[in-house]
Design a protein around this ligand. Structure first.
Ligand code: HEC
Ligand code: HEC
Length: 404
C-alpha cells in the first residue's frame, strides 16, 4: 500500500515537470521581452551583434521611449513654441485611398541617420484647445495634396493582452450601426481584411487599425524604429523610393535576407505586454453607478467576456464611434471615417494622469473633464447628461474615472 502511494507521488511529480518548465520558460520570455521593449536599438554599421539596424528614418530608439514607466502613456506636452517636449507624439500621414505618401511614406519621422536628409519637425498650434499640427523644415518638399496629417499620442499598453483575448462574438453583439435602440450611440467593429481572405476585428490603435499585438509591434518596428520584421520585411522601414539616400543607407538586413527583427523577438515583446495587468477597480459603487447612468458605460464597457471564459474590465467596447467634428481628423482612411475612433480603453488611466500625460488621440486634454468636453457625435447625449449633473455628482464621476 505505502509503496504504491509513494510511487504514485513520484510519478505525478514527474508529470508536473513539463508544466513547470513551461511556466519557467514563459516567465523567461516575459523578462526577455521587457528587456527588448526597453532596449535602445543602434544603427547597423556600428554594431557587430545581430538584430540591429535602427533607421534610416526613426522616431525613437526604443519602444519604451514612447511608452515609458512600464509601457505607460507617452509624453504629450508642448513647449512654448508648440514643439513636443517628449517623444510620445507622432505624425501619421493619412490618405482617403489608404496609400502611403509618395515621398514621406506613412509617417513623418523626426530622426534620421547621418547622411540621410531629415523629413522634418513636428510643430503644433493650439487653437481653442484643439491641436493643429504642421511639418516644419520639411526636407523633401511639400506633402502630396491628397496626404493629410494626424497627431497621435502613444497610449499606455497595460491590459492590451486581454484586449486581444476579448470574444469576437461579444464585440459584434454590441454593434448598432443603424441605432436600432434609438440611444444615439451606433458603433461598429472595424473589419480588417486578411491578404489570404477572411477578416479580423481591429482592436489596437486609436482607429482600431490592428487586430493583434504582434502586427501593431511589427508596425512600430517599421515606422517608429526603422527595423524590419517577417511581417514588414523592408529593411529601410518607411523610406520611399523617392528618398534615395535613405534607401541606400546601411541597414541591418544580412546577406541571407533575414529581417533585422526575427519572430522570436516580436513574440517575446508580445509576451511581456500580454502579461501587464490593469489596476483593480470597482470599489467606488457611486462613481460606477453615475458612469452607467450618464451613458459613459454604453461605449466604455466596464466588462467584456473573454474567449476562454471570464471577463475583463478594460472600459471599451472595441467599436468605432463617430465622435463629431471637434475630434475629427482632416481626412478618413479606408475602413474608418475622419471622425471615427475606437472607444479608448480607460483601464489604467490613473497611471498616465499621475505622470501628467495628456488624454485623447492627440493628447490635447489635461484631465477627464476636458476629455469629456471634446466628446461630440455619438457621445453628445452622454456629454449633455454629464453637464446636467450637479457639482457633487460630477466630482464623484470624475474621481471615479480618474481612479481607473
Ligand atoms: C515614436 C513613439 C513610439 C514608439 C517608439 C513605439 N510606439 Fe507604440 N504607439 C505609439 C503611438 C503614437 C501609438 C498609437 C498609434 C495610432 O493609433 O495611430 C502606439 C500604439 C501602440 C500599441 C496599440 C495600443 C492600443 O491599444 O491602441 C501597441 C501595442 C504598441 N504601440 C506597441 C509598441 C511596441 C511593441 C513598440 C516597440 C517595437 C512601440 N509601440 C514603439 C508610439 C510609439
Ligand atoms: C459614443 C461612445 C462614447 C461615449 C458615450 C463616451 N465616450 Fe469617452 N471616448 C470615446 C472615444 C471613441 C474616445 C477616443 C476619442 C479620441 O481620442 O479622439 C473616448 C475617450 C475618452 C477619454 C480619454 C481616454 C484616453 O485614453 O485618452 C476619457 C477620459 C473618456 N472618454 C471618458 C468618458 C466619460 C466620462 C464619458 C461619459 C460622460 C464618456 N467618455 C462617454 C467614446 C465614448
Amino acid at each position: 500500500m505505502t509503496l504504491v502511494a509513494v510511487a504514485g507521488g513520484v510519478l505525478s511529480g514527474l508529470a508536473l515537470l513539463p508544466a513547470l518548465a513551461h511556466a519557467e520558460e514563459a516567465g523567461l520570455d516575459r523578462a526577455i521581452g521587457k528587456a527588448l521593449f526597453e532596449r535602445p536599438w543602434v544603427p547597423a554599421p556600428s554594431s557587430t551583434r545581430a538584430n540591429d539596424g535602427l533607421g534610416p528614418l526613426f522616431d525613437a530608439r526604443s519602444c519604451s521611449a514612447c511608452h515609458p514607466a512600464g509601457a505607460g502613456r507617452g509624453a504629450t506636452a508642448l513647449d512654448a513654441a508648440g514643439r513636443p517636449e517628449g517623444l510620445g507624439l507622432v505624425l501619421s500621414l493619412i490618405r482617403e485611398d489608404g496609400a502611403a505618401d509618395p515621398v514621406y511614406g506613412r509617417r513623418m519621422e523626426t530622426m534620421t541617420l547621418p547622411g540621410v536628409p531629415a523629413e522634418g519637425e513636428i510643430a503644433v498650434a493650439v487653437e481653442q484647445g484643439r491641436r493643429v499640427p504642421r511639418i516644419e523644415n520639411a526636407g523633401y518638399g511639400p506633402l502630396d495634396p491628397a496626404t493629410f496629417i494626424s497627431l497621435r499620442a502613444a497610449p499606455q499598453l497595460r491590459g492590451r493582452g486581454l484586449l486581444e483575448q476579448v470574444d469576437d462574438a461579444a464585440i459584434l453583439a454590441l454593434e448598432d450601426p443603424d441605432d436600432r435602440d434609438g440611444d444615439g450611440v451606433r458603433g461598429r467593429a472595424r473589419r480588417l481584411d486578411h491578404a489570404e481572405g477572411g477578416s479580423a476585428i481591429g482592436r489596437f490603435g486609436w482607429k482600431a487599425s490592428h487586430a493583434t499585438l504582434a502586427s501593431q509591434a511589427a508596425e512600430a518596428f517599421s515606422l517608429d524604429l526603422g527595423l524590419s520584421t517577417p511581417e514588414r520585411p523592408e529593411p529601410w522601414g518607411d523610406c520611399s523610393e523617392a528618398q534615395t539616400a535613405c534607401r541606400n543607407a546601411p541597414h541591418g538586413r544580412d546577406a541571407e535576407g533575414e529581417p533585422e527583427i526575427g519572430d522570436a523577438i516580436v513574440r517575446r515583446i508580445v509576451a511581456y505586454l500580454a502579461a501587464l495587468k490593469v489596476p483593480e477597480s470597482g470599489a467606488d459603487r457611486r462613481g460606477a453607478r453615475l458612469f452607467a447612468s450618464t451613458g459613459c458605460a454604453t461605449c466604455h464597457r466596464p466588462e467584456l467576456p473573454l474567449r476562454d471564459g471570464g471577463t475583463v474590465a478594460l472600459f471599451t467596447d472595441v467599436l468605432l464611434h463617430d465622435m463629431g467634428d471637434g475630434l475629427a481628423d482632416p481626412a478618413g482612411v479606408p475602413g474608418a471615417a475622419a471622425g471615427e475612433w475606437r472607444t479608448a480603453p480607460l483601464a489604467g488611466l490613473s497611471r498616465g494622469l499621475a505622470r501628467g500625460a495628456g488624454l485623447l488621440h492627440d493628447g490635447r486634454a489635461a484631465d477627464v473633464a476636458q476629455a469629456v468636453r471634446w466628446h461630440g457625435g455619438e457621445a453628445t447625449r452622454a456629454r449633455a447628461r454629464f453637464d446636467a449633473l450637479d457639482m457633487r455628482e460630477r466630482r464623484a464621476l470624475l474621481d471615479y474615472v480618474s481612479s481607473l
